[in-house]
Design a protein around this ligand. Structure first.
Ligand code: PMP
Length: 306
């Protein structure tokens, strides 16, 4: 993956090579960083890059930072403006991925969250798919348990907690699966390594509530809105058991990276027909039109760069 020419770093746009950290950086040693993942979508008709829900993503970034006691002089609007500027500087005319990172940059020894100095960087790169098999993934229920709110709060995007995701993702892929589903400390379905999860069973969509050890996903919120307002089908937020997934008609992941990825097999059990389900396909088409700024009703969620 090529590195970008420039990044936003502590208030200004600088050459990528000039945004450096030293080996003793607190965040690198102790995982004391929070990050985000935002997509910009190229709309060829309008010759425009639309960034999807940037202020919602930056609100979550600042909330995640708050969990780690970080304070910044930036608002979510400031960070959105910096992101648009960064994409313009590169003159990207394609789909992009934006990675903000807020981290404790002190070069010191000592585990803590107080008396530290936060730094903030943003990088933007051209980006395609995050998961190869968006149309039908074969996944496994991980033997690694999802971390909980009293361990490292999964509602925020805290860098250190991604070691938990990495264990689960690597073991799934080395065993031949595309992705994993992690169970929380109560044994209920939580989420994937980097995605929230929905099932459709007996005419009702179900997703775990945000008290079930899941990230407070922006895409999750988008799909909850599309299910209610466009599909006009019932949606419940409630705990999900592992075996409910086996009996579901449709199961899918949502997230900025995976967009909407259909899960067609779980641990060698076929879900529904074994193909992407009807509702999943409807939602997927709708989502791609919304994020590219093609649905007037949801246009305000898309912020044009040029
Ligand atoms: N859960 C986890 C653990 C994630 O890392 C992500 C990706 N950010 C998601 C869910 C989806 O979140 P969002 O829709 O905000 O990208």
């Amino acid at each position: 993956m090529p590195t970008p020419k420039k990044v936003f770093f502590n208030g200004k746009i600088v050459a990528y090579e000039d945004a450096r950290v030293g080996m003793l950086t607190h965040a690198m040693n102790y995982g004391t960083a929070v990050f985000g993942g935002i997509r910009g979508y190229w709309n060829d008709t309008e010759k425009q890059v639309f960034v999807f829900r940037p202020t919602d993503h930056y609100k979550r970034l600042l909330d995640s930072a708050k969990l780690l006691r970080m304070q910044f002089p930036y608002t979510k609007e400031d960070l959105t403006a910096a992101t648009l500027e960064l994409i313009r500087v590169h003159e990207y005319k394609e789909d992009v991925y934006v990675r903000p990172l807020a981290f404790y940059s002190d070069e010191i020894i000592g585990v803590r969250l107080h008396n530290l100095t936060p730094s903030l960087g943003i990088a933007a790169i051209p980006f395609g798919r995050y998961v190869d098999k968006e149309e039908g993934a074969h996944v496994t229920v991980s033997s690694w348990q999802r971390i909980g709110d009293n361990i490292i709060p999964p509602r925020g995007k805290i860098a250190g907690s991604y070691v938990n995701s990495a264990f689960a993702k690597t073991d799934a892929q080395l065993a031949g699966f595309d992705e994993c589903i992690m169970l929380n400390q109560q044994g209920h379905v939580a989420e994937g390594s980097a995605e929230n999860l929905f099932m459709f069973r007996n005419g009702v969509f179900v997703t775990p509530p945000i008290t079930e050890s899941v990230l407070e996903g922006i895409t999750r919120r988008t799909f909850m809105m599309l299910i209610r307002d466009e599909l006009k089908l019932p949606l419940e937020e409630r705990p999900i058991d592992r075996t409910e997934l086996f009996l579901a008609d449709e199961v899918f992941y949502v997230g900025t990276g995976v967009q909407l990825t259909a899960i067609t097999q779980i641990d060698h059990r076929t879900i529904g027909t074994g193909q992407m389900g009807v509702q999943t396909a409807r939602l997927r088409e709708l989502y791609f039109n919304v994020v590219r700024g093609k649905v007037p009703k949801y246009r305000e969620l898309c912020v044009g760069v040029y």
